[in-house]
Ligand binder design. Structure first.
Ligand code: BES
Ligand code: MN
Ligand code: ZN
Length: 499
């Protein structure tokens, strides 16, 4: 993607020769009202902007965009009023409301305006930057006739409080966060004939090296030598051999060590336990967790978090073939635990087991793992709320952060009684139960078997939230969403600040 250039506005909104000016509207009991930042625009309308908007049917509700021609009242030709929704009990607008309204405005303008000034940033600069960049995101790599995106420049009116230096730092950090989300979307949106373990590993390594990070790539031979039975078992059926990528960032004065792990199945056919044909193409997004942790460790370096962060990323393609692993196989995972494979479509947990055991060898203080792990996740929580499992305290902390970022997430239990259902006739455990109850939790319980007992850890199941098959909404278009990069970034920031 090519993001528009963002800069802090230095002149009042009404004097800027932009193509469009974005103002925020809010929903109140008395009808539509203007959000902070729209004052100079309203003055240019002689204080009648609300009346004009109300006459056009604006209510200020979320997802609403109403365009008003300025007819020479301002330098810009059009005012775009983006709905923020209602105010909370304290009369405040939440950052996520600004992010979504900025995204809706960016989507509405992306094809028609070159230069836009947004006043939504006066309410929340970071959210406006993230929403604008992500709303403007498009993936046209595979369109033969794609024109360059029209929207090239966005000026952001600074908030009233804080100085320019502080605003510049916020702009820079928010841009880096939005770029990390966009990188994740790009990887998820790249089709599986071009993004397979070897090429995914190369792209991850290139991103890491650009940020000055250390990279280690284990190829098939090295995986065999190392005893990575889960990754080799799952990856065996594909002509495109698996990889394990490790990317390490060590910040100056690192306070804590955080291990990141993400599922990198570049395509999931289900293997010999093959999936039905309808919607199988969606399984090109089964590497969304891997993409997110790659982008997150690179982001941690760019934002210079005082942490040590290592991403351990297993990559494999789950294919049926004469070399494929079968239901009935017993795999010896990295570290020596054995797993009876009863369903080759429960492949994510197998490559993750290897990666988790490897990641834990570094003795991290925290482990954050994220995966498009189960179809049961969207059944339980829908497509926009990740399921968050793990050790009680850290799980709750990650879930709270996930909600604060606007990405969404909910703590889910790992009920002990389900562990017995993974008992195997042959091996230490089986990869599936004989029933379909609590499928998301069962996967979490499987992973727990590979996490050291005293390590605070979180497993974020993003099967639904990482990929949008519905209509665009807020700052989220169709395809890869980049979830949970902002959650991981915020958890890392929280650990950097509070230990
Ligand atoms: N990649 C899928 C999970 C998935 C489903 C992600 C839908 C995104 C959307 C995973 O590998 C899988 O196939 N899980 C199985 C597990 C089952 C065999 C226990 C599932 O959820 O059906
Ligand atoms: Mn599967
Ligand atoms: Zn899968």
């Amino acid at each position: 993607m090519t993001a528009p250039k963002l800069a802090l506005a230095t002149t009042p909104a009404a004097d800027v020769a932009a193509d469009a000016i974005v103002v925020g509207t809010v929903q109140t009991d008395a009808g539509v009202a203007l959000a902070a930042g729209a004052e100079s625009v309203d003055e240019a309308f002689d204080g009648s902007l609300v009346e004009v908007l109300a006459a056009l049917g604006a209510t200020g509700k979320a997802d609403e965009v109403v365009k008003v021609p300025t007819l020479g009242k301002l330098k810009a030709r059009v005012v775009v009023a983006a709905g923020l929704g209602g105010l909370d009990d304290d009369g405040e607008v939440l950052p996520e409301q600004v992010r979504r309204a900025s995204g809706v405005a960016a989507r509405a303008l992306a094809a028609s305006a070159k230069h836009v000034l947004s006043t939504l940033s006066t309410v929340d600069l970071q959210a406006a930057v993230e929403g604008t960049v992500l709303g403007a995101y498009t993936f046209t790599e595979y369109k033969s006739d794609a024109a360059a995106p029209e929207l090239a420049k966005v000026d952001l009116a600074p908030p009233a409080e804080g100085g320019t230096k502080e605003h510049k730092a916020t702009l820079k950090a928010a841009t880096a966060i939005a770029e990390a989300v966009a990188i994740t979307r790009d990887l998820v949106n790249t089709p599986p004939n071009d993004l397979y373990p070897a090429t995914f590993a190369e792209r991850a390594a290139a991103l890491a090296k650009e940020a000055g990070l250390e990279v280690e790539i284990l190829d098939e031979k090295a995986l065999r030598k190392g005893g990575y039975g889960g990754i080799l078992g799952v990856g065996g059926g594909s002509a495109r051999a698996p990889r394990l990528v490790r990317i390490s960032y060590k910040g100056a004065k690192a306070r804590k060590k955080v291990a990141l792990v993400g599922k990198g199945i570049t395509f999931d056919t289900g293997g010999i336990s093959i999936k039905p044909a309808p919607n199988m193409e969606m399984m090109s997004s089964d590497m969304g967790g891997a993409a997110a942790v790659v982008a997150s460790v690179v982001l941690a370096a760019k934002l210079k978090y005082p942490l040590q962060v290592t991403a351990t990323v297993p990559m494999a393609e789950n294919m049926p073939s004469g070399d494929a692993y079968r239901p009935g196989d017993v795999l010896t995972m990295y570290g020596g635990k054995t797993v009876e494979v009863l369903n080759t479509d429960a492949e994510g947990r197998l490559i993750l087991a290897d990666a988790i055991v490897r990641a834990a060898e570094d003795a991290p203080d925290y482990l954050i793992e994220t995966s498009t792990l189960t179809g049961a996740q969207p059944i339980a929580l829908g497509n926009r709320t990740a399921g968050i499992m793990g050790s009680d305290e850290f799980r709750d902390r990650v879930a709270a952060v996930a909600r604060a970022t606007g990405e969404g997430g909910w703590a889910m239990p790992l009920p002990d009684e389900l562990r017995g259902d993974l008992d195997s006739r042959l091996a230490d455990l089986a990869n599936v139960t004989g029933h379909r109850w609590g499928g998301m939790l069962v996967a979490g319980i499987f992973l727990r078997e590979f996490v050291p007992a005293d390590l605070p850890w979180a497993h974020i199941d993003i099967a639904g939230p990482s990929y949008n098959t519905g209509a665009p909404w807020g700052y989220t278009g169709k395809g890869g969403t980049g979830v949970p990069v902002r959650t991981i970034a915020a958890v890392l920031a929280d650990i950097a600040a509070n230990g």
